[in-house]
Design a protein around this ligand. Structure first.
Ligand SMILES: Nc1ncnc2c1ncn2[C@@H]1O[C@H](COP(=O)(O)OP(=O)(O)OP(=O)(O)O)[C@@H](O)[C@H]1O
Ligand SMILES: [Mg+2]
Length: 227
């Protein structure tokens, strides 16, 4: 598998014809790297990530041009199930991605669909809940949880799958300071283990862990100078 986790060539996208959110964007993310994308609200950060992992135009319609590669393979040739063990995206609204009756079911959903051995699922599930500080909630319903707890479970789902590419769309936004700092350590560790991490962030307090910070503005992704 290529260690170039994500690459885009001249990527442009508009929900409405002629009204591009970004134009001709070239971007690369290597394994072992953490990149942050920031930018003003509504500038198209979430949309940019959804384009790169195939949610757009697979699920949401629009006008997409350019090329996207995931680990060296053209995303247009991949089916969503082919990507399931390579990347995990934690969405901006954690509640939107939790749909199972219990946390345990939620964490098992992807591995069971990937046909993992039961013993491996159990091992990964236990470790992921512990990492997220949510072991006590294994049999709870996602609906009973606060926004911050839902966010921890969405992160635990990512840890269970252990992909090589993690995309976190403001995935720490509802955590308290202690949990947020713990999660930043875990994210740094994921990159140190050779995984690629792409974070969309509003909070400057989370950006220091990035190797590269990009700002989406005026339809371009602009690499920011190191502070
Ligand atoms: N499925 C959709 N269909 C049509 N328009 C959409 C859709 N999703 C988002 N938009 C619009 O596209 C623009 C960019 O939205 P997006 O969510 O990508 O921005 P963002 O930078 O992630 O914003 P925020 O910082 O608030 O999360 C916004 O004007 C939004 O209303
Ligand atoms: Mg967004």
């Amino acid at each position: 598998m290529s260690d170039l986790a994500l690459k885009t060539y001249a990527l442009s996208f508009a929900y409405d014809e002629g009204n591009e959110l970004f134009c001709n964007v070239d971007f690369e993310l290597h394994c072992g790297e953490i990149a942050v994308i920031c930018g003003s609200s509504g500038c198209g950060k979430s949309t940019f990530c959804q384009c790169r992992v195939g949610i757009i135009p697979e699920i949401y319609d629009g006008y997409l041009t350019g090329k996207r590669e995931l680990f060296g393979v053209d995303v247009a040739t991949l089916r969503l199930p082919d990507m399931a063990d390579r990347l995990f995206m934690v969405f901006q609204e954690p509640g939107a991605q939790l749909f199972s009756p219990t946390i345990e079911d939620e964490l098992c959903f992807a591995p069971e669909n990937l046909c993992w051995e039961h013993s491996l699922i159990e091992q990964k599930l236990t470790a992921a809940l512990e990492k997220a500080g949510m072991s006590a909630f294994r049999y709870a319903s996602p609906n009973e949880l606060s926004g911050g707890q839902q966010q921890k479970i969405a992160l635990a789902c990512a840890f269970t799958v252990s992909p090589r590419l993690y995309i976190f769309d403001e995935a720490l936004s509802q955590l308290d300071k202690e949990a947020r700092l713990e999660m930043l350590v875990i994210i740094k560790q994921l990159a140190a283990e050779g995984n690629a991490v792409l974070m969309i962030e509003h909070s400057r307090e989370n950006m220091h862990i990035a190797d590269k910070i990009y700002k989406l503005e005026q339809k371009q992704l602009i690499l920011q100078p190191k502070e």
